[in-house]
Design a protein around this ligand. Structure first.
Ligand code: PLP
Length: 397
């Protein structure tokens, strides 16, 4: 019998995404804590990359999953049967969204929501040009990669989709480059992977206006900024605008895989005809994922965590201070800390792990540490985490 350990097998036989994965061997996860197989406990200060906004394995989510799997799991491809968890979750989401967002298409992931929205925009407008922004991340599939705002990550995979254009984020002049040949503009309300870059209010309003003037669809990617992370359920609520299509993922499934693109019923109907089955998926809207997501949303709405985000943000702002931090950028319970080099940032992240704090850097900003704890983190826990991060910075210099 083979005596190979899980760790050895992971490195030898599971496809690796980088040279140095964090490599914690997980035994369990509850609330803001992840325990490894050696019994060490870690505070999860990135919430599984903004997925576990209500913490890991919330009891009401676990209960909803258990109840659903007793009834049924996968029964058929998306869109054929009436499955109560999908219906109930769509109803709960739409009640919290502007009226124009009236039909939900559930997908498997955030990237698939991006793909679906891109296809939807082509059908609705009859145009093909897709605008996005430098520094944007909308997923890793080829369509989503085509609108990514970073040449380094795209170049190895060309040719990608034609007729895409990346403008400068938060740049008013670049909005003028949008013309009536454009089908849609993808925008993150807070650009995640450059290190938490919030949209300027006047810029986003001008972008909305330009899209309105030219009948261009505005697609808001709230896959990472959604579900309370910035202090409101969705970040766009703070800008007085509403998108034509909304992309959701990550926290949408409360720990199970789920994504969605949401638009008007009229728009969505274009995926039903000529051709029929304009976007299809086997597992999108899996009933167990939808039951989990609905339970998670109910927790978020009933708790006071979203209302507490600003207070917790201010604690980070006032207490997460060190001379080695060159710059901080934040929106809600979501912050980046910039250091003098990617090497130092990686050293600090590794020291944080040794000190029981899970953190990481950003896809397009390797010199910035990511702070995005579950929203349920208590103030004493937050203060403990801040102290440990400061200690980790101190010992890494
Ligand atoms: N959009 C944004 C803003 C994201 O942060 C991500 C994932 O990190 C995605 C899209 C893609 O989501 P997924 O990884 O579920 O495909």
């Amino acid at each position: 019998m083979s005596t190979i350990t899980n760790r050895q097998y992971f490195f030898q036989h599971l496809a690796q995404t980088s040279d140095k994965p964090i490599g914690i061997e997980v035994a369990s996860a509850k609330g803001i804590y992840i325990k490894d197989v050696k019994g060490q406990s870690f505070m999860d200060m990135i919430a599984g990359f903004s997925v576990c906004n209500i913490g890991h394995s919330h009891p009401l989510v676990v209960k909803a999953i258990q109840e659903q799997i007793e009834k049924y799991m996968h029964v058929i491809v998306y869109g054929e049967f009436i499955q109560s968890p999908q219906v109930q979750y769509a109803k709960a989401l739409l009640q919290l969204l502007p009226e124009n967002l009236s039909a939900v298409y559930f997908t498997n992931s955030g990237a698939e929501a991006t793909e679906g929205a891109m296809k939807l925009a082509k059908r609705v407008t009859g145009k093909t040009r897709v605008v996005s922004f430098k520094g944007a991340y909308h997923g890793s599939t080829q369509g989503a990669l085509s609108i990514m705002g970073d040449e380094y990550f795209k170049n190895a995979f060309r040719p990608l989709l034609p007729d895409t254009l990346q403008l400068r984020y938060n740049n008013i002049e670049d909005i003028e480059l949008i013309d009536d040949k454009v089908a849609c503009v993808f925008v993150e309300i807070v650009q995640a992977e450059t290190g938490v870059t919030p949209a300027h209010k006047e810029w986003l309003i001008a972008l909305r206006k330009k899209c309105d003037d030219l009948c261009v669809l505005l697609i808001a990617d709230e896959i990472q900024s959604g579900f309370g992370r910035t202090g409101t359920l969705f970040a766009f609520e703070q800008y007085g605008i509403s998108p034509d299509i909304l992309l959701l993922g990550k926290a949408l499934g409360a720990g199970l895989p789920l994504g969605a693109f949401i638009a008007s019923q009229k728009m969505m109907s274009t995926l039903t005809h000529h051709p029929v089955l304009g976007h299809i998926t086997t597992f999108g809207g899996n009933p167990v994922s939808c039951a989990a997501g609905l339970a998670g949303l109910e927790v978020l709405v009933n708790e006071t965590w979203i209302q507490e985000v600003v207070e917790k943000q201010n604690i980070l702002v006032n207490e997460l201070i060190h001379p080695a931090i060159l710059q901080r950028s934040y929106k809600g319970l979501w912050m980046s800390l910039q250091f003098s080099s990617p090497e130092l940032t990686k050293k600090i992240a590794a020291t944080c792990i040794e000190n029981g704090i899970i953190t990481d850097w950003f896809l397009f900003a390797e010199d910035k540490i990511r702070i995005a704890p579950p929203l349920c983190i208590t103030i004493p826990e937050l203060k403990t985490a801040i102290q440990k991060i400061i200690k980790s910075i101190e010992t890494s210099l």
